[in-house]
Write a protein that binds this ligand. Sequence first.
Ligand SMILES: [Zn+2]
Length: 411
Amino acid sequence: MSEQPIPIAGFNLGEYVESSAKAGDIQVDAYAARGNELQRSPATASYGSSPLLSPHAPGTVEPVPLPPPLQNPAGTGESLAERAADTLSHESQMLGPYPFSSLSLTENPSAESQGWPGLIFLSSYAYLQPEQLRGMGLSPADAVIYSEVMMPHELAHQWYGDQVSWASYHEQWLLEGLANYISLLLLERSQAADVQLTLENYRQILASRSREGRRIVEAGPVTLGSRLSSSHFPNGYEIITYGRGTWLIHMLRCMLRDASRTPENPAGDDTVFLALLRSLVQQYKGKEITNTNFEEAVEAVLPKPLWFENRKSLDWFFDGWVNGTAFPQLELSGAKVARTAKGVTATGIIHQNDAPFDLVTSVPVYGVDGDHQIYLGRVFAEGAETRFTLPAPVNVKQLVLDPYHTVLTEP
Ligand SMILES: [Zn+2]
């Protein structure tokens, strides 16, 4: 009997070494395969077989090397159980109480993972350390995905995916993007550089070309879900859902953080974004969420600086970025810093190149003072060219757009 109603139930059968850890009262069990199941059942692994893995050779199917048998399944399972217990504690703090009395992680002999209620089917690759993965020929970004991102991502599905479900394939990106971004938020606390590496990797993959020479980003908007994969874009679903989906949540988070900046709190913080993550779980627990529900929930807490044309609406973001395939290049021209009687003003023109004519983007503008980059404000870039004027501190000499990569742009 499950402890409460659950939308799906799974099990796993195999010869495992069991290791345990505790997250408060919650029992966390990790099951590592005895020997190497992959050698008995070699995954026909290609870059597309894992939703998170990046292509090594775009347009070709290149096998992922098989991991060596676990040298020490008991030790590996133990360290995994401890890491999962720690992740569970952090995600519970972030999202609300974990809904079950136990969590089981079981080795899945393939490149893929899935998070089911109280149970995670975890890829054999995620049992390995980054050094081991790199030693097998995986790129540094793929090693980060398997060793740092995958388990916390699957664990986040206990909230987003298993408690809050998608209403249809149009929302697959939302649950995957949220689960993936929650994993990156935790990783950012200790390994911020790995988060940057992951986001940059997604950007490069979105820009990579299909066999026919088209950029993968053109497969379609995230809201097409599994229909993104086609003969033209065989991995369209994986790359757009996880790559672009993660970036869209990153853009929202960074907009909310910048909007919270005040003279007393110049760096801003994630209070609004984190409260949103938590309240969505409360509101949609045991229910399905639609893209419209999500847009309305963000709009309900939308701070004034993100009101485009003075409307408390995110239609501009959902039209161009969620339901569109925007992947612009941003360029700054005519940048000037002028000293007047009233103070210092920064002016310039933002160009959105290679973008839909009606695309609206919230672009952060920074001033440069020696080695320092000072946030001046966000500008709504609308269409091809947008003139802006922002107040600036006296010591600012140059201007720069989005130096911390918070907007998804073409590399
Ligand atoms: Zn997922």
